[in-house]
Design a protein around this ligand. Sequence first.
Ligand code: DAH
Length: 343
Amino acid sequence: MAMEMLDEIQKLKEEATASLSGLKTPEDAENFRLQFLSRKGSLAQLFERLKEIPKADNPAIGISLNELRNLLESEFESARKNLASSKKVSISSVDLSIQGRKRYVGRKHPLTQTAEEIKRIFKSIGFGIADGPEIEDDYHNFEALNFPPDHPARDMQDTFFVKDDGGKYVLRTHTSGVQIRVMENNKPPVRVIMPGRVYRNEAISARSYCLFHQVEGLYVDKNVSLAELKGTISYFAKEFFNAEAKLRFRPSYFPFTEPSAEVDVNCFVCGGKGCRICKYSGWLEIMGCGMVDPNVFKYVKYDENEVSGFAFGMGIDRLALLRYGIDDIRLFFENDLRFLNQF
Ligand code: DAH
């Protein structure tokens, strides 16, 4: 019995040391612990059997079992430490000369940058900012702006109609409808700009796209005059283009303003001599404007004998094209990083 036991101790020693040398992962170590060293493990089982051995033989077996336990525990402890430290990357395996990864910092789209610049300029002279829906009803997009139904002025803007109950809704063709919404909801005086996206059923080309962006402006108060309109736009042009910017107001027609004008700025590329950008005219058209038509005031229930006002509307895309010397509007919508990274 005692001899048998000594054999088993020897067998366990061989088995356990072989298994110790094969430990590769923390899971292996845990399995080893469970198999040999836990309370129900092989070593504990031998200690259990020690109780059955006659006392006389006991000391020798007890001693060798204890030796085995000490041995396995200390060997296991050091094997486990080795496994933990081998997980750390040694310094020699790091290549310090390798290039780092470049982190790309995004930037704002050129149209957003241009819109923000326009907003900054008008905010600095006291204009607030208003917003309106892109799916607009006929009333706000046309009728209240003094475009009567079936009036040929509607043909100035090739419109996308929303399929519903017979053309009551359109994709807004301009931001001018927000003027109406602002006046419906606020008593005079009002002084706001209204940036936003607009849609027209244009044949797509380098010059026109089915969507673009405008900034509308509206100032209504007592005694607002054409001189203030000119002063405001001239301030804007000097800030946006350059301090030498000269303006030209050409008489024009818009249903919602009377009188109406189109505004040109002298070409900042050639200084007015004529070049490709200004199509050899020396002038660049930048916006439409005028004094708010009294009929529009009637629609929003403002007293046209009490107040007067001016309005203007400019294309953000067009201003960005001019400012950066870009010759194809479609580039703004293609999201090609080779283009966008230049701004
Ligand atoms: N809504 C006009 C357009 O899209 C631009 C415009 C012209 C706006 C004159 C105005 C204005 O407010 O007074 O062509």
